[in-house]
Design a protein around this ligand. Sequence first.
Ligand SMILES: *[C@@H]1O[C@H](CO)[C@@H](O)[C@H](O)[C@H]1NC(C)=O
Ligand SMILES: *[C@@H]1O[C@H](CO)[C@@H](O)[C@H](O)[C@H]1NC(C)=O
Ligand SMILES: *[C@@H]1O[C@H](CO)[C@@H](O)[C@H](O)[C@H]1NC(C)=O
Ligand SMILES: *[C@@H]1O[C@H](CO)[C@@H](O)[C@H](O)[C@H]1NC(C)=O
Ligand SMILES: *[C@@H]1O[C@H](CO)[C@@H](O)[C@H](O)[C@H]1NC(C)=O
Ligand SMILES: *[C@@H]1O[C@H](CO)[C@@H](O)[C@H](O)[C@H]1NC(C)=O
Ligand SMILES: *[C@@H]1O[C@H](CO)[C@@H](O)[C@H](O)[C@H]1NC(C)=O
Ligand SMILES: *[C@@H]1O[C@H](CO)[C@@H](O)[C@H](O)[C@H]1NC(C)=O
Length: 905
Amino acid sequence: MSQGLPYRIYSFWGLLPLWMLCASSANKCVVRREVADCSHLRLTQVPADLPANITVLNLTHNQLRKLPPANFTRYSQLIILDGGFNSISKLESELCQKLPLLKVLNLQHNELSQLSDKTFVYCVNLTELHLTSNSIQKIKSNPFKNLKNLIKLDLAHNGLSSTKLGTELQLENLQELSLSNNKIHALRREELDFLGNSSLKKLELSSNQIKEFSSGCFHAIGKLSGLFLNNIQLGSSLTEKLCLELSNTSIQSLSLSNTQLYRTSNMTFFGLKETNLTMLDLSHNSLNKIANDSFAWLPHLEYLTLENNNIEHLSSRSFYGLLNVRYLNLKRSFTKQSTSLASLPKIDDFSFQWLKYLEHLNMEDNNFPGIKNNMFTGLIRLKYLSLSSSFTSLPTLTNETFLSLANSPLLILNLTRNKISKIESGAFSWLGHLEVLDLGLNEIGQELTGQEWRGLGNIVEIYLSYNKYLQLTSNSFALVPSLQQLMLRRVACKNVDISPSPFCSLRNLTILDLSNNNIANINEDMLEGLDKLEILDLQHNNLARLWKHANPGGPVHFLKGLSHLHVLNLESNGFDEIPQGAFKDLSELKSIDLGLNNLNILPPSLFDSQTSLKSLKLEKNLITSVEKNVFGPPFKNLTNLDMRFNPFDCTCESIAWFVNWINGTHANISGLPDDYLCNTPPQYHGLSVTFFDTSACKDSAPFELLFVINTSTLLFFIFIVLLVHFEGWRISFYWNVSVHRILGFKEIDRQPEQFEYAAYVIHAHKDRDWVWQHFSPMEEKDQSLKFCLEERDFEAGALELEAIVNSIKRSRKTIFVITQHLLKDPLCKRFKVHHAVQQAVEQNLDSIILIFLEEIPDYKLNHALCLRRGMFKSRCILNWPVQKERISAFHHKLQVALGSRNSVY
Ligand SMILES: *[C@@H]1O[C@H](CO)[C@@H](O)[C@H](O)[C@H]1NC(C)=O
Ligand SMILES: *[C@@H]1O[C@H](CO)[C@@H](O)[C@H](O)[C@H]1NC(C)=O
Ligand SMILES: *[C@@H]1O[C@H](CO)[C@@H](O)[C@H](O)[C@H]1NC(C)=O
Ligand SMILES: *[C@@H]1O[C@H](CO)[C@@H](O)[C@H](O)[C@H]1NC(C)=O
Ligand SMILES: *[C@@H]1O[C@H](CO)[C@@H](O)[C@H](O)[C@H]1NC(C)=O
Ligand SMILES: *[C@@H]1O[C@H](CO)[C@@H](O)[C@H](O)[C@H]1NC(C)=O
Ligand SMILES: *[C@@H]1O[C@H](CO)[C@@H](O)[C@H](O)[C@H]1NC(C)=O
Ligand SMILES: *[C@@H]1O[C@H](CO)[C@@H](O)[C@H](O)[C@H]1NC(C)=O
């Protein structure tokens, strides 16, 4: 590892030039399947080396001046050719000839100014032609005549002063024609009659300066169902004329956004009486006044948007006749700037009574003074009502506030941002169908007795997040057992630890949000019985104490039994401890957020039940190590991990397993590598954990084994060396003995009578007097005892060495009389001892007897004679006593030694 880290850094920098190389060589088209993307390459010519079978060629954002047909010969399979954002000023008709299959030709943002009859003559198969943002000012004769299959033609942002694109009937399949942002001043019948056979779903004429709708202009078009005339100064009179011209056409959709229609009269839309108009957009008009019966002519209208206007007053006949409207958008539709109460927008009672089919009413971002008793009366099909930020202030919701909705089958009611401060008992009792109630972002501050929700028999979701304070009671939600989602984020929630739990009747609850409440106390049974709970948000509270071991009564297991929980958020709670079994019931958990806590060491097996975890967040904690025994199970199926900003300890034990996992996983790890830095050890401080080289720690188990083997080998070796050093002689001696035994030298245990002598006595010449003096008396005492004494028994004339060998062989034992003299005697040293020992080795270790006449250290004995006391049995080692009275004991010992049977050991 110590080498690995710098190496990794080096190779990281080493990649840079390669990457730059790639970037510079990327100055080529990207071909994927049959699509060639040559955009943004500053090309001045059409590339000639693309695969011939491409069907899409993107040449946008280059510097092409033309598209020479010859260059496309190769690409005859093209279906889509995008040449937008170039400087093409001329188009040759042969282009389409080379591209017979072409369906989409995009030449937007170029410099085309002239289109001739020949330009598109071969483009028969074209379905889309985009010529937006060119410089076409006039269309002469019939350039589009042959485009029989064209569906979309876009000529916006040119300099066209007329809608006339041809002199003959053509474009019979055209569905969308855009002529927006041109210089068209008038719509004239003869300038549109080339569309006499077309069925236009969308005629886009926005942002022109149209001042005139000549008689019959729309009737010239075969069939027109969608007309867009946004951003044109029409005013009410021209609008009225427009509508008259649309009379008896098949118009369905009319968009008149930002047309300076400040007021409508009962005649404005008169002309639309003879149509089946279903969609009308009157947004962004500063519309101030809607006269009674203005919409009386639009009985087929289904979709009306009045967004962003300045309406002052809705009377009971403003919407008269809108029998079929299903969707009404009144977002920001009413006067806003006014400060005095008198000029606040007014909605009279029964204003919506005609809208029998209205299902969706959006009244967001308005400034109404309040809700009147019959404001919504008559909306008998209303399902969705958004009153978000609709009122200057709606301080109290009483049991009469929503009386006018009593007959509406309302499913969703949005009351956010209305400065509501109190909900009185029974406020929603009229809304028995309601499924979703949003009361978020208000100023509600009260005790929830439970009566607030009376009558909400079908309620599924209640949003109460972001209010002033909510004091819970055991009955707070007792009347809404159907509730599935309850949002109580940042409501200064009080009494959550009341018993029985405020949530105990919510058996169907799947989502509970209690975040940002600074809750510090929770009972173990707060969530008991909430078997269906899937999402639990407890972030930004103060729950740390509950999981401390030191907590009086032990850790509080408030998550127990939540077997269907999928998402758990415990971020920012100050947790520094998690008890062992905290998550053990949460076997279906998919996502857990423990970010921004103070967690350091997590208990092993903490996440063992979380094998289906997909997302784990632990960013900004104090985690130093990521080990398998904690993170193995949850990492198995993980797709998202966030462990940024932890003080990782980059050692093999702490981080190696994690780094290996990172290298092998497909999971998305946010912030990698920059936000995963080593804190310790000091030499890696500030480096990314991804630089940590795990090869040094790889397979640490075999490594440890190797270490054990190496160490024990070394120790064994040292032991052997020491043994050989101190006891080597013994080993080699006994080795010698063993070898002789094994090789079949039979123990020679001849009977005493087979030997001529009882013992051969080896002594130094200078010690001969002592030997003579002490051995001959013994012979005299015991007639059977006969020593071989060199001076006396050697045959005269016999060669001395041979005599010695023979004598030793004929003696049962060999006696060494050891003195300083013997050690220095050269013959003894080299020869006699060798033979004696040789015989002892071959026959019997007992056959040698050492008699020490003086104290000789073992090392000297070894050095001089290669003998050691340790080679022999203790009874074969005799010391000549200094005291006279012990001499008889010595004799006795010697006799024992001489009489002992020759045997191994
Ligand atoms: C298109 O041509 C390329 C080679 O130029 C070839 O690899 C590819 O398989 C071809 N695709 C088809 C659909 O023929
Ligand atoms: C061609 O590339 C441009 C820019 O990358 C892109 O906006 C355009 O949609 C592409 N055209 C086609 C037909 O894919
Ligand atoms: C494109 O065609 C022109 C002739 O029209 C030829 O001079 C040029 O080399 C061609 N370019 C490529 C890239 O084939
Ligand atoms: C139009 O495309 C079809 C194949 O879709 C092809 O057979 C036909 O020849 C093309 N027409 C022309 C005029 O290129
Ligand atoms: C339109 O309103 C005027 C009064 O403003 C009224 O005299 C006239 O009869 C109304 N026309 C229709 C068609 O309702
Ligand atoms: C409106 O629709 C009805 C029924 O679909 C149809 O008979 C009538 O002709 C349509 N009116 C116009 C002007 O298209
Ligand atoms: C509303 O509540 C008050 C008491 O607060 C009660 O007198 C009145 O009858 C209730 N109105 C309705 C319509 O229930
Ligand atoms: C209520 O309206 C607000 C503002 O448009 C929106 O953000 C919120 O999602 C709506 N609530 C519901 C439950 O749709």
